[in-house]
Design a protein around this ligand. Structure first.
Ligand SMILES: *[C@@H]1O[C@H](CO)[C@@H](O)[C@H](O)[C@H]1NC(C)=O
Ligand SMILES: *[C@@H]1O[C@H](CO)[C@@H](O)[C@H](O)[C@H]1NC(C)=O
Ligand SMILES: *[C@@H]1O[C@H](CO)[C@@H](O)[C@H](O)[C@H]1NC(C)=O
Ligand SMILES: *[C@@H]1O[C@H](CO)[C@@H](O)[C@H](O)[C@H]1NC(C)=O
Length: 445
């Protein structure tokens, strides 16, 4: 915690705060080193933190420093939450360092916690400074390690408050609403709550770095909402209107960062692809449409999730993997030909609750995802990257779900991930954080 500086929230980290991150990090390095010896035989050199530049877009490609940028990255939704308390804070650095060592360049995480335990937003417009400092810390750490963050601004689901919490707040303030939690999208008062929230985040001055969030290139971009669905308006008009209003609003405050919606990627009722590409018939009735929602000029790149276990009740692994490849090809084709924007697969996961699950199946799944991205990267296509759902460090099993893992626990999985880094880097000189040299990660078999 070199950065404890003078900011009051960090003073309490004194002794232990300094010790545990070093210990935690040392354990991880020792473990990785023991397991993958020669992979890390070259000393690590860190990116000069003041040297990070903004990620940009040129047509259907991400660009950084004038180079094409294809992303191998991951999700750790829990960063802000765990940065609040001294005893869990070292996990953020440990995870970022470990991600950087795998050559991962972008991590997606929550920049919201609405009304839940350790809430950032306690009630509309009321923020807990202690938690805001935790988010400052997460961003400062990412910056130091050279990993960029994709920050999501609200949840469609109930975890950490989500749109349901906004609707409860409006009720309690006497706003008359339809009982549906889709009122989050319809109600003008709630739209104002959300805009106020967004403005506070974007203009937040980081107490550690001194930079406003909107000026910090360590932030890869913003995501409007995690997995939006608005089933009370299956035409999709309501969600579309909300996306246009919110994305326009964000661009008036922050024109430097990329912006995405946070979609799962379903095709809507008017799309011809709803029948051939959507997982099943229900997917067209979620009030979303991948093409239409991703089309506004204020949306810089498209987002897609991949959950074959959740989307199909019965399908063999082989059938699921076939679906995954088709699903990805279809969206990348949309990015190349229709949207002319990058497409990022911002979550992909395979559940370990499946009957007969074996970790080797997850390896297979990861390989399919990586192969599709690599093929697109070779053609300078719109398949801009993928973010695994989800990675954790040791000792936090209770925060896992059936998709998550500690990626260095299984050598074959670890190798599949780092090999993807290396293939991308050899193709486009992808910017690798922290290591300074791609050979650090890639010079072993
Ligand atoms: C990092 O960048 C700053 C400003 O560009 C420069 O002054 C400093 O010397 C650099 N540090 C290293 C270690 O390269
Ligand atoms: C910093 O950026 C410059 C140009 O953008 C580049 O030439 C240099 O290698 C970078 N330095 C580091 C340490 O990444
Ligand atoms: C942007 O993309 C176009 C077309 O793909 C290409 O001709 C141009 O060189 C690219 N610009 C930069 C700065 O890479
Ligand atoms: C919305 O509200 C219903 C109850 O009205 C609840 O069951 C559901 O979990 C809430 N959240 C979402 C994301 O639908």
């Amino acid at each position: 915690m070199v950065k404890s500086s003078s900011s009051s929230g960090y003073r309490m980290m004194g002794g232990n705060g300094l010790f545990f991150p070093i210990l935690g990090f040392a354990c991880i390095i020792a473990f990785i080193y023991l397991s993958f010896g020669d992979l890390f035989s070259v000393p690590v050199r860190y990116t000069n933190e003041s040297n990070l530049s903004f990620v940009e877009r040129n047509g259907s490609n991400f660009m950084v420093d004038g180079e094409l940028f294809y992303i191998n990255g991951w999700n750790s939704y829990w960063f802000m939450d765990h940065a609040v308390l001294d005893n869990s804070r070292p996990r953020i650095r440990a995870m970022l360092q470990a991600g950087a060592k795998m050559g991962l360049t972008v991590c997606r995480t929550w920049a919201f916690n609405d009304g839940d335990y350790n809430a950032l937003q306690i009630s509309p417009g009321q923020f807990d400074e202690r938690v805001f400092k935790a988010l400052d810390y997460v961003i400062a750490e990412a910056r130091e390690v050279g990993v960029r963050l994709l920050l999501s601004l609200v949840n469609n689901l109930d975890a950490y408050g989500g749109k349901t919490q906004y609707v409860k707040w409006a009720w309690s303030e006497g706003v008359s609403l339809s009982p549906s939690n889709d009122s989050f999208f319809y109600d003008p008062a709630i739209r104002i709550y959300f805009k106020n929230y967004v403005k506070t985040i974007l203009t937040r001055k980081n107490t550690i770095t001194g930079l406003q969030y909107r000026d910090d290139p360590a932030i890869f971009g913003w995501e409007l909402i995690n997995e939006p669905r608005c089933i009370t308006d299956r035409s999709g008009d309501t969600l579309q209107d909300w996306i246009e209003e919110m994305s326009t609003f964000i661009k008036t405050i922050d024109n430097k960062h990329l912006l995405t919606v946070g979609l799962e990627g379903f095709y809507g009722p008017k799309s011809p692809k709803r029948k051939t590409v959507n997982p099943e018939f229900w997917a067209a009735d979620m009030g979303v449409d991948f093409i239409r929602n991703s089309a506004p000029s204020t949306i810089d790149f498209a987002s897609v999730h991949i959950y074959p276990d959740q989307w199909f009740k019965r399908k063999s692994l082989e059938g699921k993997l076939k679906f995954v490849a088709d699903w990805m090809h279809s969206h990348i084709e949309d990015g190349d030909q229709v949207l002319k924007k990058p497409v990022m697969f911002t979550e992909f996961g395979l559940s370990d609750l499946n009957k007969g699950f074996d970790p080797s199946q997850r390896d297979e799944f990861y390989k399919v995802v990586f192969d599709v991205i690599y093929k697109s990267a070779k053609k300078k296509g719109a398949g801009g990257g993928s973010l695994a759902w989800q990675f954790l460090v040791e000792g936090m099993e209770e925060f896992n779900d059936d998709f998550g893992m500690v990626p260095w626990r299984r050598a074959s999985t670890y190798r599949i991930i780092t090999r993807h880094t290396c293939k991308l880097a050899r193709t486009h000189r992808t910017v690798i954080p922290a290591t300074g040299n791609i050979n650090n990660i890639c010079n072993s078999k």
